[in-house]
Design a protein around this ligand. Structure first.
Ligand code: TNX
Length: 591
């Protein structure tokens, strides 16, 4: 099918007027509300207490989840139906005496305590391992790579082994999915907490499995970002790319250029409220992500997408005149002056502060859509900024538009095209670059699912769940060998996305599809199997109060009985928009 070309300027669908956005928000809330009703019905035998009822709620014995019913699908699964494990109320979580492993153990306990109501104490001795417990064993072995794990579920105990804390963390996400869906309840429910018996040996296909959140077009505060991090962790993603700056907003405080955040960050698309992260906020996000083995990749978009910076510092503008704050959704009109030394001071200062706040290896310099900068000037600018990043001891990433610039050690191109035949990117790869794949027509989470999706764009086409799943990162780009592909990343641009519930609505269920592309071996790729596994997650999200799009290409489970009243008939956004009790906790000490 021919792919629609991207218009030269600003393809995004024009911003809907307020009324339409409000309708979109309502539609998202309605869909999520319906999903929650479905899930509540499933979890609650008709005529008995609902999930919302107090701790004594009764629950029909759920059918045990099958060992292979995990997203992303594991590398190797060996079920043993004779070895199902019943979690006992007095179960203990035993962990290797290592701070990072103990932090994973505490997170497992925190995931299981609300629904089970069990105390689940965490101790720092894996052995002896009496019956009824869960052991998290940090082995130090490297045979499963830096993120792999092995899970053995037997009648008398559960044992998770990994060479690294990251591997244990991923194994915990698998374990979580193997419990009945009611494990997602923020309140105690009575259930048989049965795990399916057998073994899983698992490791990721790619080292880079990311999502991007655009906090520049609309600003999202720290609790929202932490909740997005939770969603990434659930599907074993390991990178959160934050698009921190754009024409509409500068979202991070920079001490050496103090007007950037308060002035450049004052607004947002559509005249919506702006905002910015203090450096302490940003550190909090970075620490919360790190405790979930997710590396934050900050992006300062250069030389274009810089209107907000120019509002604060007109000296960076080619004509030295402050432009008005921008609240529209066009792109490609702004740039910092590449001919002025002061611009490179600005870049070095900003990237220097960001690097000092960011423990991760990567700095993203944007580079997209600088339409007003001539090609040669642009290539020289990018080469110089790449050297600044290298001077900070970091690895540079840019959108694939930086491909023509000179190669620099380790540089990474984030490819967002819609046609895999891209000779300029292929040539940059021949010169040594590696690639992260974010194909606009498969991985862009801001695209609509269907023509009637209330929010989102369609310049890269419509992306239903199947489209986000059915492509192969290993062969997607002509002339780019599989070993030059670092992995995949799903960007969520937020021109039309204004609330946490809308973020979730666009993320789910497509994020798990992208996560499976990044994690699971190609040999396991199977749309029918995937959508069947994914379907069960609707119940989990609804139980946890997470919004999602229940589109027609996934066989979401039908309600088990009469649909009970929703928990909060008119307040879905509130319910989904804030962390349920017990989920906002900062990482445990040592994490
Ligand atoms: C293109 S993808 C952009 C963004 C827009 C997005 C909307 C990329 C590197 N640039 O500035 O937000 O399209 O889909």
């Amino acid at each position: 099918m021919p792919e629609p070309p991207r218009p030269a300027t600003a393809g995004p669908t024009p911003l809907a007027p307020d009324g339409v956005l409000a309708a979109g928000e309502r539609a998202a809330a309605d869909l999520a509300g319906a999903a929650e009703r479905t899930a509540t019905a499933q979890l609650t035998p008709p005529g008995t207490a609902q999930l919302t009822a107090p701790a004594t709620a009764q629950l029909a014995t759920p059918a045990p989840v099958r060992l292979g019913d995990v997203v992303p699908t594991p590398d190797r699964v060996t079920p043993d139906p004779t070895a199902d494990h019943l979690l006992r109320p007095d179960a203990v979580i035993r962990v290797s005496a290592d701070p990072a492993a103990l932090a994973v153990g505490e997170q497992l306990a925190a995931l299981l305590r609300p629904a089970t109501g069990y105390p689940l104490p965490v101790t720092d001795s894996v052995t002896p391992s009496p019956t009824g417990g869960i052991a998290l064993d940090l082995t130090g072995d490297t045979d499963l790579g830096p993120e792999g794990y092995r899970l053995d579920i037997a009648t008398d105990r559960v044992r998770l082994r990994a060479g690294t804390a990251a591997g244990l963390h991923h194994g915990v996400q698998t374990l979580r999915q193997l419990f009945p869906a009611a494990i997602e309840s923020p309140r105690p429910v009575t259930a048989r907490w049965v795990l399916p018996g057998g073994s899983i040996v698992d490791r990721p296909r790619y080292p880079w499995r990311g999502a991007m959140l655009d906090v520049a077009r609309h600003f999202f505060d720290v609790p929202d970002v932490l909740r997005v991090i939770d969603h990434l962790a659930r599907y074993k993603l390991n990178r959160l790319h934050l698009h921190l700056t754009d024409d509409q907003g500068w979202r991070i405080a920079i001490d050496s250029w103090p007007r950037l955040a308060p002035i450049g960050g004052a607004g947002a698309v559509g005249g919506d409220p702006g905002g910015h992260y203090t450096q302490a906020d940003y550190r909090r996000i970075v620490a919360y992500a790190a405790a979930r083995h997710i590396t934050v990749v900050p992006e300062i978009d250069l030389p274009g997408h810089t209107n907000a910076a120019l509002v604060a510092y007109p000296e960076l503008a080619p004509d030295r005149v402050a432009p008005p704050p921008y609240t529209g959704t066009e792109v490609g009109f702004s740039y910092v002056d590449p001919a002025r030394e002061r611009t490179y001071d600005f870049v070095a200062d900003v990237l220097g502060e960001i690097a000092a706040l960011t423990p991760g290896r990567w700095l993203h310099i944007g580079g997209d859509e600088a339409f007003k900068v001539p090609a040669e000037v642009y290539a020289r600018f990018v080469a110089r900024v790449q050297r600044i990043v290298a001077g900070l001891g970091r690895t540079v990433i840019g959108w694939h538009q930086i491909a023509p610039a000179a190669h620099t050690d380790g540089r990474v191109l984030q490819w967002w095209g819609t046609n895999g035949d891209d000779p300029v990117t292929a040539e940059a790869v021949r010169r040594g670059a590696t690639v992260i794949l974010s194909p606009g027509n498969h991985a862009y989470l801001d695209m609509k699912y269907a023509p009637d999706t209330p929010i989102g764009h369609d310049w890269a086409g419509l992306i239903d769940v199947r489209r986000s799943y059915d492509w192969d990162p290993g062969t997607h780009l002509t002339g780019v060998p599989a070993d030059a592909v670092l992995g995949v990343e799903a960007p969520l641009w937020t021109e039309s996305v204004t609330t946490l519930a809308e973020i979730e609505f666009m993320l789910l269920p497509r994020l798990p599809a992208l996560a499976e592309q990044g994690w699971s071996p190609r040999s396991t790729h199977d749309w029918d199997g995937f959508r069947r596994r994914l379907a069960g997650h609707g119940t989990r999200w609804a139980t946890a109060g997470i919004a999602y799009h229940s589109g027609p290409d996934v066989p979401w489970p039908a309600p088990a009985g009469p649909v009970p009243a929703p928990r909060q008939p008119s307040g879905f956004a509130d319910q989904a928009g804030r962390e349920p009790a017990g989920r906002t906790a900062e990482p445990p000490a040592g994490g």
